[in-house]
Ligand binder design. Structure first.
Ligand code: ATP
Ligand code: MG
Length: 334
């Protein structure tokens, strides 16, 4: 392992799903031996679209589930540091300092923020905090001087803002931050089970890593397919069809997928068979994740300990970085 650091994370708005897996978690698992790993539980980011007391009351339960999901997916607890964003006030301070290194016009051009506002029914009254989402993200990433950030497509433009803020800071106040690299994945935006462009917790069109085999079968049987195909003998379209996107992404038997595609195009296979094979493939994919989850679940207190100790460790780290930042800027008390 080098002294290079990776940082990424999730908003504690629910459990992790297959979209997270392909967009970010697979890379987290793959890179954890190459980088020192930091995973943020981004509850301040959650507040930009969900900030009722009821939303906030769900953070601790969701955070525990997310950490368990990450361990189940293959993150090794002795290697990774998980931390709760709101428990580190220095991140908020860094956010305040970074707010002056980017323009409003620059942030207003980012399409994913408009998508998030729309999905949260806040299109016409975007909160100031939501416009600043990528600035807070820069604070998350740079507060531990991360070098690499594996995230899905909806976050790519945000990481560009982080890079610009880091460059701008270094230019104004002297070399302080690395310019973090974006790590992309092959499927950087997984389609929802309902055919919507993005599988998202908030839209409820997802298959969770923690879904049972029966839940997976139910969700797959209700999945959106080619709407023009009214019966099994009508030739269907494979391209962009969510059922085949999931087959391509998760089925470990490419010969089976090729054969199903051929018969689908020819109108010689029914949706039921295609979906049965998909449910079986997804369950094969999820089984090892389920097994690891079950073994971590038998260790009471493990997840809480990971969050508490990780947050303490991260805070000490961030305090040092913030002291360096204040000194570089010549702020009082530095
Ligand atoms: P929310 O609906 O609350 O925004 P979400 O499902 O979009 O939740 P986030 O916590 O915002 O999840 O995202 C966590 C990480 O997972 C980010 O790196 C994001 O890019 C990635 N991600 C989320 N959904 C997908 C998807 N459908 N395809 C690929 N990557 C995704
Ligand atoms: Mg999101």
């Amino acid at each position: 392992m080098t002294d290079q650091r990776m940082l990424t994370g999730d908003r504690p708005t629910g459990k992790l799903h297959l979209g997270h897996y392909v967009g970010s978690i697979a890379n987290r698992v793959r890179l954890q031996h190459q980088y020192e790993s930091w995973f943020i539980i981004a509850d301040l980011h959650m507040l930009t679209t969900k900030n009722t007391r009821a939303d906030i009351d769900q953070v601790s339960g969701n955070a525990r589930q997310m950490v368990l999901d990450a361990l189940a997916a293959g993150i090794e607890p002795e290697r990774a540091t998980f931390y709760l964003q709101s428990a580190i006030p220095e991140i908020g301070e860094l956010n305040t300092l970074f707010q002056n290194l980017v323009t409003v016009a620059r942030l207003e051009r980012i399409p994913s923020l408009k998508d998030m506002a729309r999905d949260a029914d806040k299109e016409t009254d975007m909160p100031y905090g939501l416009l600043g989402y990528p600035v807070l993200q820069a604070a998350d990433i740079l507060c531990v001087k991360a070098n690499a950030v594996p995230v899905g497509k909806d976050n790519h433009a945000h990481i560009e803002v982080t890079r610009e803020i880091a460059r701008r800071f270094n230019h104004l106040y002297g070399e302080t931050f690395p310019i973090p690299e974006l790590i992309t994945s092959e499927v950087s935006s997984l389609v929802g089970t309902d055919g919507q462009a993005k599988a998202s917790k908030s839209l409820g069109n997802v298959i969770y890593l923690s879904d049972s085999a029966e839940e997976v079968r139910k969700k797959v049987s209700a999945m959106y397919t080619d709407p023009n195909r009214v019966s099994a003998d009508v030739p269907g379209t494979v391209e962009g069809n969510p059922v085949f996107v999931y087959h391509d992404t998760f089925n470990d038997n490419p010969a089976e997928v090729a054969e199903l595609k051929e018969r689908y195009r020819a109108g010689t296979v029914g949706d039921v068979e295609v979906k049965d094979q998909l449910a079986a493939a997804l369950n094969r994919f999820l089984d090892p994740i389920r097994q690891r989850r079950a073994s971590f679940e038998t260790q009471p207190g493990l997840v809480d300990q990971i969050i508490v100790e990780g947050t303490e460790r991260t805070r000490r780290e961030v305090q040092q970085v913030l002291a360096e930042v204040r000194k570089a800027m010549g702020l009082a008390g530095a």
